[in-house]
Structure formats: C-alpha cells, structure tokens
Ligand binder design. Sequence first.
Ligand code: GLP
Length: 241
Amino acid sequence: MKLIEVKNYEHMCELAASYISKKVQGNPNIRLGLATGGTPLGTYEKLIEDYKNGKTSYKQVVSFNLDEYIGLTGQNPNSYRFYMNDHFFNHIDIDLENTFVPNGTAVDLEQECRNYDEQILEKGGIDLQLLGIGSNGHIGFNEPGASFGSYTHVVELAESTREANSIYFENMEDVPKKAVTMGIASIMKSKEILLLVSGEHKHDALAKLLTGDLTEQFPASILKQHPSVTIMADEAAIGNL
Ligand code: GLP
C-alpha cells in the first residue's frame, strides 16, 4: 500500500480528483468503482470542475457503486443513487444507463446481488475503485466480521455505522438497518484501489490499517493483500503515525 500524505481535506480532494481525471483521460472506457459518504464529496466537486474545464469526458465511462441502503428508492434524498446523481452524475456527461448502483428496493434482493456481480463481470470488471473507510474499518458496508470471500450481499448495519450516518437523516429511526454492498472479494477484484482518509476521527482506523493484523474483524485490513492500493490521507488522520 502506498501512503500519500496531504495537508488537509481540500488538498486530498484536489489530489484524488487529479488522479482520477488522469485515469479517465488515459482510458475513456474506464470502469470506475465509486463510493459515497462524506469523504468523497469534495473529490466529486473537483472532478466536475475538471469535466467543466474540458479535461475529461465520461461518455464511455461505466461506474459501479459500492453499496445502497435497503428500502430507499432512488428518489429518496438519502439513497446512494440520489447522492450519486445529485453530487456527480447530473453534472457530467456520463450516460446514466452506464451508472450502476445496487437496487435497494428490489423484490428479490438475493437475485439483485447476483445480478450486480454479473453486471460487473459483463462490463469487464472495475479498473479503479474509490474507497472510504468507516471508523470500525468497514469498507463499502462490509462491517467487522464480514467474510473476506464475500461478493455482493445483504448486510445488517452496525449500530455505530447507523449512528455515524444518522447525521444525514432526520431521526435515528429513519436510518435503514440493512444495505446491499459489494463484498470484500468484489472490492479486491478491482485492478486498482484509491482509499481516501480524512480527519482526526479516522486516525485510529488508519493506524489499524497501517500497523494492525490482517483480520476479518477489521475489514479494511484485506487491502494489505491487494497489489495496487494508494491511500491519500490528511495530516489530521495521520497524526503521529
Ligand atoms: C459509509 C459508506 C462507506 C463509506 C464510509 C465512511 O457508511 N457505506 O462507503 O466509505 O461509511 O463514510 P464517511 O466518508 O462519511 O466517513
């Protein structure tokens, strides 16, 4: 894993966006794996700037998102489909048909998971996966204990994750209890991974990732086994590491 230290959140977003934009320029058919949460928001803003400045086109790009809440439709502002459209897709020239987010309202969720894995395969796999990390080491919605061998599946969210994400909801009760997430094995199949870590509250997670053991109790630890991981972390997250 290659660690790049940046000054602050702003710098991380600039660097991450320029990294991704270059990849998109170099491979107009790139298959991107995308993430939600607070961390990548600034990166999407900068990617939109790059697009508006004529540096990139997403006409041929295909994207797969990591996860989606169960029970929220794409019209629900808290769904990850809504987030992606609102913060990124609606501002670039990507064909929405080429943007995949698990359907959290599918009648048969098991089938939806199988379909999602098949779609990734059919499109040729993911070239670059953007990732954030939860304080408990979750990646996507793979909570501690998730099998390293898992593909897209339904998960029960940890209470700590529901609490962390409750800032986006009116009440804690509105935060879904379940989600569909790409599995650890799906994430590990990506050719390359870019992990963004920002803020003091992510320090412990980053420390565990860099110095801790490989264990399913800390899902992100699997990244140590991936041949091409770049971590961009800011000073607040790195601290005294
Ligand atoms: C969320 C998402 C993850 C995200 C993580 C960190 O629950 N499912 O994909 O990376 O938690 O979120 P944030 O960037 O808001 O700290």
